[in-house]
Design a protein around this ligand. Structure first.
Ligand code: HEM
Length: 410
């Protein structure tokens, strides 16, 4: 890394964190999502925007030889994450002005990688090199660290599940090796549930709502507004959906979700998501192999394991919805005082979309998340076709019928 990039990295890991923490402690003490017009706080905001702009200008100096921009893809992605942290903080503290200095660098890095020119979830969770035991954060608050840690670990656990499931098609659903992979998938989802429970017990609702969530808002880079950080911006969750057969890439609702998230994922995840679209669902393969009613012991064991994995995937999404999104976002949003911009009246639609990361009003995001819960739990609801419910019931029936027909079943 060049010394200008090093200097910026050092600032992001030290002064930037200290300055944001000072502001957050002041907001929290006042029970506010933001404070304006307090001279001592305006000075701190001014330092964030000014010092960051100065350090970024040193990186983008056009007469440098060799160029200061890293040639390695991972290093460029990491630098984009740091520039994005800076832009996210300017948005969070509602600072205008010199941060526009950072836009050309964000755009250059992003276009060289084929991603959105902003800080995304992957920068926080998976492309966040720890130095001296500490990964990059906005603040030094314990709640922010816990949020990133348990989110990141959950993604690793989802990735473990997806990696195992992706290997099943070439082995076939009756292979003894598939049993091993399905147990691995089950273990990954058990971890997702455990990590979610730990996060829900560790995270303070007010801290999350007042001091952490506001850094994830949509913001502009150049003339374009990019949506905010979403912990769902990784491919594994969708690989699991589609490989299990709980969601279909031919369903226009689900297709819309997949298409929208590409620029917000790391380049390697974009490639993985593309392969998801052509995968044969394991549910179809199990139904095909069990259709003649003769189940070998291995096929039966694998099918039971498969149904357990489906149930856990649904349970993890239901937990996310009812025990994370509702208490940590929806409930405090209904209690929160109006989010005020600098002395101006806030437009109610804009305010509702500020609460979510993807931009639409909260009730629209809640409906989308609820629909994903229905699909992953294969729940029948009036007005829906029950997703994979009928196919899962057919598989269950085939297993029960085989059990009843077994010679020693009485
Ligand atoms: C306090 C904790 C959390 C809250 C309040 C929360 C909130 C949300 C919200 C509001 C969305 C929708 C974003 C939008 O469209 O605006 C979302 C999406 C998502 N979140 Fe979380 N989240 C939390 C933790 C987690 C964790 C630990 C994971 C595990 C990896 C996770 C995985 C996802 C996924 C995969 C999506 C995309 C939708 C889907 O495919 O289900 N979230 N989250």
């Amino acid at each position: 890394m060049s010394s200008a990039v090093d200097d910026f990295d050092r600032w992001i890991r030290n002064d930037f964190v200290a300055l944001n923490t000072r502001l957050e402690e002041a907001y929290f003490a006042a029970g506010a999502q933001i404070l304006h017009g307090r001279p001592e706080l305006e000075t701190v905001k001014g330092r964030i925007v000014g010092e960051g702009a100065e350090l970024i200008a040193r990186i983008t100096r056009s007469d440098s030889t060799p160029p200061l921009i890293p040639t390695d893809d991972d290093e460029r992605y990491e630098l984009l994450g740091s520039v994005g942290l800076y832009l996210g903080a300017c948005r969070r503290h509602e600072i205008d002005g010199p941060q526009a200095t950072a836009w050309p660098l964000a755009q250059l890095l992003a276009s060289s990688l084929g991603v959105a020119p902003r800080f995304v979830f992957a920068h926080q969770a998976l492309y966040n090199r720890a130095v001296g035991d500490t990964f990059r954060t906005f603040t030094a608050l314990a709640d922010e660290r816990a949020f990133i840690l348990y989110n990141g670990l959950s993604v690793l656990a989802y990735q473990r599940t997806a990696t195992a499931l992706r290997r099943v098609p070439t082995l076939g659903v009756s292979s003894p090796l598939t049993a091993y992979l399905l147990r691995e998938a089950r273990s990954g989802l058990d971890d997702v549930l455990d990590l979610g429970r730990t996060l829900s017990k560790t995270l303070d609702v007010d801290r999350f709502f007042l001091n952490i969530r506001p850094y994830f808002k949509p913001h502009r880079v150049g003339g374009v507004e990019y949506r905010g950080v979403n912990a769902g911006d990784f491919a594994a969750i969708n690989s699991i959906d589609v490989l299990l057969g709980l969601c279909s890439p031919y369903d226009p609702f689900y297709q819309g979700l997949l298409t929208e998230k590409y620029p917000y994922m790391a380049p390697e995840d974009q490639a993985l998501l593309r392969t998801t679209v052509t995968a044969e669902p394991l549910l179809d393969a199990f139904l095909r192999e069990t259709s003649d009613g003769r189940l070998t012991p291995q096929l039966r064991d694998n099918a039971e394991l498969f149904l357990t994995v489906c149930r856990l995937h649904g349970a993890a999404t239901a937990f996310h919805h009812h025990r994370l999104v509702v208490p940590f976002l929806q409930a405090p949003a209904t209690r929160a005082p109006q989010e005020q911009g600098k002395g101006q009246e806030q437009d109610p639609e804009r305010e509702a979309s500020d609460l979510t990361t993807s931009g639409p009003p909260l009730h629209v995001v809640m409906d989308t998340l609820a629909r994903l819960v229905d699909l992953r739990t294969a729940r029948r609801r009036p007005g829906t076709d029950g997703g994979a419910r009928r196919s899962l019931d057919r598989l269950r029936h085939a297993l029960d019928a085989d059990q009843d027909a077994a010679p020693n079943s009485e």
